[in-house]
Write a protein that binds this ligand. Sequence first.
Ligand SMILES: Cc1cc2nc3c(=O)[nH]c(=O)nc-3n(C[C@H](O)[C@H](O)[C@H](O)COP(=O)(O)O)c2cc1C
Length: 310
Amino acid sequence: MTSKNAAPPDLSVTIAGLRLQNPVIAASGTFGYGREYAGIIDVSRLGGICTKGLTLNPRQGNTGIRLWETPSGLLNSIGLENPGIPAFIENELPHLRALGPAVIANLSGSTVEEYAEGAALLNASSVDMIELNISCPNVKAGGMTFGLNPEAAASVTAPVRRALTGKPLMVKLSPNAPDLAAVARACINAGADALSLVNTFKAMAIDVQKRRPVFDNISAGLSGPAIKPIALRMVWELCRELKPAVPIIGFGGIAGANDALEFLMAGAAAIQVGSATFAHPATMIEIIDGIADYMRRCGIAKLEDIAIRG
Ligand SMILES: Cc1cc2nc3c(=O)[nH]c(=O)nc-3n(C[C@H](O)[C@H](O)[C@H](O)COP(=O)(O)O)c2cc1C
């Protein structure tokens, strides 16, 4: 065990050349552009912030009900509502940048051309990293359709990689892919520097009073504690299957330090927190403190030593 006077544990991680002060990142679509939470928690303590999914042009998002709670989970059908990349860069990025944590732009699109054009704009901005979203289940064109098979995933990863000169590229995978490892390998071969998983699971709900599906799109994406054991299993397997290895950012249902530690032990280089922030805005801060406490108690000096080997 470490003595009381030992140096504080080092929570910093480096993902594809980008240094984060700790491994806790706000998940896309659950933290806006940082504004909403800036008065509630000390946002500067986070490792990173992933923006809401950004598309080249503004999107209104889906009609009808967009959020629906389930036992231990949340269904969403937002449909990538966002102001468009040029407006994000002009109106949101300066404020987001000033908050302190690394800024990760979540990039989405309907066509390969749209993704590549969006990537070029973000490449010229001050964002630190791109998270390529090929896993959104809530849009009719693009989104998850690119993330379900290896060829489609590579067809968008490669041009986005070419558009990025000097910024790291992380690809966000869909848990709905029939062969996740094959999609992951295709993304790495096409130039991904890191992978993040999971996005939401395709799911649905029916309003029995109205006798019709809750969502106008019929299906929606399931997140929250309900998905955690499945997401953890996927991260564990991918960390062991992938050769060559790239850093894997693991998440899905993380709601406390213990959950975060499970993903780090499974082999994740960092974690993201999404739905839990809605229920309890201080979740990420408590996770950062909880990981540090655990390392102190167990005498672990460096975060990378937490992973279970083999
Ligand atoms: C309301 C809502 C909006 C989301 N929007 C996006 C998005 O724009 N882009 C994206 O890649 N993921 C989006 N996600 C998925 C989350 O980033 C995350 O992958 C997923 O919710 C699993 O993590 P969690 O269980 O901690 O919420 C969204 C999730 C929710 C709940």
